[in-house]
Design a protein around this ligand. Structure first.
Ligand SMILES: Nc1ncnc2c1ncn2[C@@H]1O[C@H](COP(=O)(O)OP(=O)(O)OP(=O)(O)O)[C@@H](O)[C@H]1O
Length: 331
């Protein structure tokens, strides 16, 4: 059984549109004008148990709407949906025991009571008594000193670590994370990522991670699903995405003396490389390697054996962020 199985999942919203002017406002009182927007359009998502998947898309692409349907908050307009074998909206009571949810912007902890009390309450709500796991999570996420503090006094990073523990207290097999590291510093981010890797490895927890921070995706997910205007435009390996859309590496060179572009072009004519020259500093050159069929060392060894006087060099990898930006720009 797949953790998530969605077929032609669709969500439409009716948006109220006000008419112009005073007479329009008057008419609105009696007869409202509505427009339908399709936030999620017939998406198919199939996620096996134990996988960590990144769900990405621009603002308004439909990510949150999808997550709300997958977690049972919203009822789909149409399509088939099974999450952990349940219909999330109609079997909500049974279903929620099998999932954990962290919305970066919202808290599931009780604001005015101590963190430890929230944990105890959640253990009672879910009827679990797994102190060993709880102690371990507290230890890994380093929140021992926060347990007697009320949630409202915690910093964002401290609260997020507590939220993660709260979401996993009942040992769910599936975890939804919506922007879990938003606004956190590098160390806390790394701590959270390490924790998620451990949970996934040890308990086989399936994780669906929605984020605008692609470094989270790179650190955790081998698979990425990309949404654009309610439609899935990519579903697959992060490495394949880089291969198909990445422009390949760049080599930045500083030479000891000026060399002509055509000379460099001739030296590397057997390789898929294009050269450009810095307009201001005539000794600076950039080689753009196309695709992944050649390595930077092949280009460099050709230059060195041909006596090109290299003073400094830097190899630049194409980042996932650049690739995603390019996909959105080019459509
Ligand atoms: N309750 C609602 N009523 C009407 N329209 C909505 C509602 N919720 C979302 N939408 C619309 O659906 C579309 C998708 O919104 P959604 O919040 O799912 O996007 P998102 O990908 O999560 O964006 P972001 O990254 O900004 O959070 C948007 O056009 C939004 O205005």
């Amino acid at each position: 059984m797949n953790a998530i199985q969605a077929e032609k999942l669709t969500k439409e919203f009716q948006i109220y549109q006000s008419r112009k002017g005073l007479s329009g406002a008057f008419r609105d009182l009696f007869n409202r004008n509505y427009r339908t927007i399709r936030a999620v359009n017939e998406v198919n998502i199939s996620i096996p148990q134990g996988e960590m998947v990144g769900y990405i898309g621009e603002n308004g692409a439909g990510k949150s709407t999808t997550i709300k349907m997958l977690t049972g908050i919203l009822q789909p307009t149409s399509g088939d949906l099974k999450v952990n074998g349940f219909d999330p909206h109609n079997q909500r009571e049974e279903f929620v025991k099998t999932i954990g949810v962290v919305f970066g912007q919202r808290s599931q902890l009780w604001w005015d009571i101590a963190v430890q009390e929230s944990f105890t309450l959640l253990q009672k709500v879910y009827r679990v008594d797994n102190q060993k796991l709880l102690d371990r999570m507290i230890d890994v996420l380093n929140i021992g000193e926060l347990l007697d503090q009320p949630v409202r006094k915690l910093s964002l990073g401290q609260r997020m670590r507590c939220e993660l523990v709260a979401s996993l207290i009942h040992q769910p097999s599936l975890l939804f994370l919506d922007e879990p590291t938003i606004g956190l510093d590098v160390l806390v981010k790394e701590n959270i990522r390490q924790f998620l890797r451990e949970m996934n490895k040890e308990f086989g927890t399936t994780i669906l991670l929605t984020t605008h921070d692609l470094t989270d995706i790179e650190a955790l997910c081998s698979r990425v699903i990309m949404l654009d205007k309610g439609n899935i435009i990519y579903d697959g390996d992060l490495t394949r995405l880089k291969q198909e859309w990445g422009e390949g590496k760049k080599i930045h060179l500083e030479l000891d003396q000026e060399v002509s572009l055509s000379h460099l072009g001739q030296l590397t004519e057997s390789l898929p490389v294009t050269w450009s020259k810095n307009e201001v500093n005539k000794n600076l050159f950039t080689a753009q390697l196309k695709g992944n069929s050649i390595t930077a060392s092949e280009v460099l060894s050709l230059l060195v054996t041909s006596g090109v006087p290299i003073h400094e060099m830097q190899i630049q990898e194409v980042s996932t962020e650049e690739i995603v930006r390019k996909i959105y720009q080019e459509g």
